[in-house]
Design a protein around this ligand. Structure first.
Ligand SMILES: NC(=O)c1ccc[n+]([C@@H]2O[C@H](COP(=O)([O-])OP(=O)(O)OC[C@H]3O[C@@H](n4cnc5c(N)ncnc54)[C@H](O)[C@@H]3O)[C@@H](O)[C@H]2O)c1
Length: 333
């Protein structure tokens, strides 16, 4: 079978990372095209990978030599580019979030359902992370009993200047919302948010402490602190009736050196989730040939935005906000 020819729109941090993962050893796929608002950036990646450069997103999406598209441009472009890929009948992996608003996410769902075939996957790669997968398998296996709490920590070394307190919720915490739904196989029904004072080292935004409640009665707490200073650190612990299971700090080695005993913390998310990105990409490519895949659908992307919007409202009002209990369409069963 010929390789699936992938086109990447947006060749910044994530697009370049995905391109390198793709060219380094994803079976049955090749990087066929790249496009970026900065032609120079696209050309640099094309020189490195041998891909063809496209002048604009639509020409890449419509080209007969492109079989499937990855959207790695900024959040506001996700909605129009997902719609363009659906209109062209091409599978599309959209980096998270699916869209910038709930109305846009609904648009994507409506377009995909009208098209009649699932084309959209959202880049919630934690679903493919071996640690989270082991937690899910353990919970499903049943030996720990039912889940009661999921404790999550999401820390970055230092956030970009543009990150506001709201963006800490809407941009940084989105992965947590999706992985909670995925791990627990449950829907989030309510959200509350408490914000401590800002760190004096990052006075323009507050860290956030989010409490979610699931339909079956599990409590999920999430600390999001994007200015922790020491590195990228994602933790998770599932507390069940008969025991707990936690993610191991990454990487899986312990360094003892010069009076230090512990784990080296990666500078950002790419080394921490390198394996998850690789497995996600291979699973997506395999799904292009019809193999089933646990990737996040447009519906999952929509639900993550619903939780985000409830958290933003909870943060502004200081109250507990119910997340609407939309019924999942059979199309996304
Ligand atoms: N899954 C993850 O773990 C993860 C991590 C970080 C970022 N993201 C998401 O990935 C996306 C990209 O983030 P990034 O950190 O790579 O950003 P980035 O700024 O490094 O890269 C974005 C690129 O898109 C280009 N661009 C801007 N507008 C464009 C347009 N209209 N058409 C084509 N190209 C355009 C920019 O020139 C830039 O090169 C964002 O949506 C972000 O939320 C996901």
């Amino acid at each position: 079978m010929p390789n699936k020819r992938i086109g990447i729109i947006g060749t910044g941090i994530m697009g370049s990372d995905h391109a390198r993962i793709l060219t380094a050893g994803i079976a049955d796929a090749e990087l066929a095209g790249v496009q970026d608002a900065s032609r120079e950036r696209a050309e640099a990646l094309a020189t490195e990978t041998g891909a063809r450069v496209f002048a604009d997103p639509q020409s890449l999406i419509s080209d007969p030599d492109i079989d499937a598209v990855m959207v790695c441009s900024p959040d506001p472009t996700h909605h129009p580019l997902a719609l363009a890929a659906i209109a062209a009948g091409k599978p599309v992996m959209v980096e998270k979030p699916l869209a910038s608003t709930l109305a846009e996410a609904k648009d994507v769902i409506a377009a995909e359902m009208k098209h009649g075939r699932r084309l959209v996957q959202v880049g919630f790669m934690r679903r493919f992370d071996p640690g989270y997968c082991a937690m899910k398998a353990e919970l499903t296996g049943g030996r720990l009993g039912q889940a009661l709490f999921l404790h999550c920590i999401h820390r970055n070394a230092i956030g970009p200047d543009y990150l506001t307190s709201d963006l800490v919720i809407s941009s940084s915490a989105g992965h947590e919302f999706d992985i909670a739904r995925f791990l627990l196989d449950d829907e989030i029904v309510a959200a509350s948010v408490i914000s401590p004072r800002a760190s004096r080292l990052a006075p323009n935004r507050q860290p956030q402490f989010i409490v979610l409640e699931s339909a079956s009665g599990i409590v999920v707490d999430i600390e999001v602190f994007v200015d922790c200073g020491y590195g990228y650190d994602v933790r998770g612990e599932l507390v069940c009736e008969k025991g707990t299971i936690s993610l191991n700090p990454s990487p899986a080695t312990t360094l003892r050196h010069a009076g230090h005993d512990g784990y080296q913390t990666p500078p950002d998310w790419r080394p921490r989730f390198a394996e998850a990105y690789r497995i996600q990409m291979q699973a997506w490519v395999d799904a292009l040939s019809g193999r089933p895949n646990d990737g996040a659908s447009a519906w999952d992307g929509y639900r993550a935005i619903q939780v985000t919007e409830a958290c933003l409202k909870a943060s502004r009002t200081g109250t507990r906000i119910a997340v609407p209990d939309d019924v999942r369409p059979g199309f996304y069963a």
